[in-house]
Design a protein around this ligand. Structure first.
Ligand SMILES: *Cc1c(COP(=O)(O)O)cnc(C)c1O
Length: 379
């Protein structure tokens, strides 16, 4: 027997979610807080303030974050790779976009067509860029990166010496900025940091007339020796603490909450999770949520992570599984399936989570999984 379904029958409509019930882990991202953080950083110094939006804005979504920053007046953006830059150009028509890892050989034409600024990291980079620019008889400015201690990318000592004896090596290349990158900016009283400031001051004199770009997020809190014409904060924009050990001056940007899937009662001696790394010492209530290492929760959180229900901490017990984690909620007996546990929230920020995992908030952010329901708070 077939049932007649009247048109507009509610059975065919998507089931509405009661407002206080969330059925999947939700990652909340607040672009307004990113904008506030950018404004706060920009107010800290006299020069311009860029936004570093590499790695998809540290995992939060460059297509969401970058236009919000541009609307707030940010005119300079840094990404790491050409692909990130091409994608960013589709959502940012006008602003200056620089590519930290440089322009790969053969891609010069695409950089010029999309008005992307390469960071030139070696004499070879300079020579290639000059050739492609001269071929087109156009001035396409670039950034010159000079290594002052990272030993990673940028001109090294030997290349700087070569430049000293043969200044013509730069002829024909318009430099918008010289830049360098700090090794330990989050450790203010550190010899490397002081040494880099001295080296950068020398470069400033050596390239007088060219603008400079120096500080990252933490570098912006180090004082006048780290000032430049263009600061390059990333992490602090996303709510990370640029001054570890002190109160975080930034607004939080990210929230992560997951509903409890199941609660079970276990007896003393029962174990939780793979390899039985946690054993109950008392009759315990164990709540399991659908978030695991496939969602960017490091396995090093095992037996260390604190989630929160409102203000109450509940400890992760046992290992992190691929798709699940379990918490001892014995002290919160009123919790029920569907109730939310905050993994990132007002009482537990990205730096706290990172500390428990033995890593940095940078890694937590850029590892945030693709399975979360992502919700942007409206600006
Ligand atoms: C990632 C990066 C930044 C931003 O650093 P934060 O510590 O996230 O502020 C700045 N400059 C360079 C060269 C970078 O690679």
């Amino acid at each position: 027997m077939s049932k007649t379904i009247a048109s507009g029958n509610i059975c065919s409509a998507p089931r509405p979610e009661p407002p206080d019930r969330v059925t999947a882990p939700v990652l909340t991202i607040d672009p307004g807080a990113v904008v506030d953080n950018w404004r706060q950083l920009a107010a800290r110094h006299a020069g311009d303030t860029a936004a570093v939006v590499k790695a998809d804005a540290y995992g939060l979504g460059a297509a969401l974050i970058a236009p919000a920053l541009a609307a707030a007046g940010c005119r300079h953006f840094f990404v790491a790779t050409p692909d990130e830059a091409f994608r960013l150009r589709t959502v940012l028509a006008d602003p200056w976009i620089a590519v930290l890892n440089g322009c790969p050989a053969g891609m010069e034409r695409d950089f010029i067509a999309h008005r992307l600024t390469p960071v030139l990291n070696s004499l070879g980079d300079v020579a290639r860029w000059r050739t492609s620019v001269q071929d087109r008889a156009m001035s396409h400015p670039a950034v010159l990166h000079i290594d002052t201690g990272m030993s990673r990318l940028g001109f090294d000592r030997a290349e700087m010496a070569q430049l000293d004896t043969t200044p013509d090596l730069l002829t024909g290349v318009t430099l918008t900025y010289i830049m360098s990158h700090l090794v330990s900016a989050e450790q203010p009283d550190c010899d490397e940091t002081r040494q880099q400031a001295t080296r950068f001051a020398r470069l400033r004199a050596r390239f007088s007339g060219v603008k400079t770009s120096f500080a990252n997020s933490s570098g912006m809190f180090l004082g006048p020796a780290f000032e430049s014409d263009l600061a390059r904060p990333g992490y602090a924009l996303y709510g990370g603490n640029p001054v570890p050990g002190r109160a975080n001056p930034m607004r939080p940007v990210v929230g992560l909450a997951a509903p409890i899937l199941q609660i079970r009662q276990i007896e003393p001696g029962d174990t939780v999770g793979y390899n039985a790394t946690w054993r109950a010492a008392r009759p315990s209530l164990i709540a399991t949520i659908g978030v695991g290492y496939a969602d960017g929760m490091p396995r090093t959180l095992a037996n260390r992570l604190l989630a929160y229900h409102n203000e109450k901490p509940v400890p992760l017990v046992g290992r992190v599984s691929m798709d699940l984690m379990s918490f001892d909620i014995t002290d919160c007996p009123a919790l029920a399936p569907g109730d939310l546990l905050d993994l990132i929230g007002p009482h537990h920020g990205i730096d706290d989570l990172a500390h428990e995992a033995g890593t940095l908030g940078y890694e937590i952010l850029t590892s945030l999984g693709r399975r979360y329901r992502r919700v942007a708070k409206s600006v």
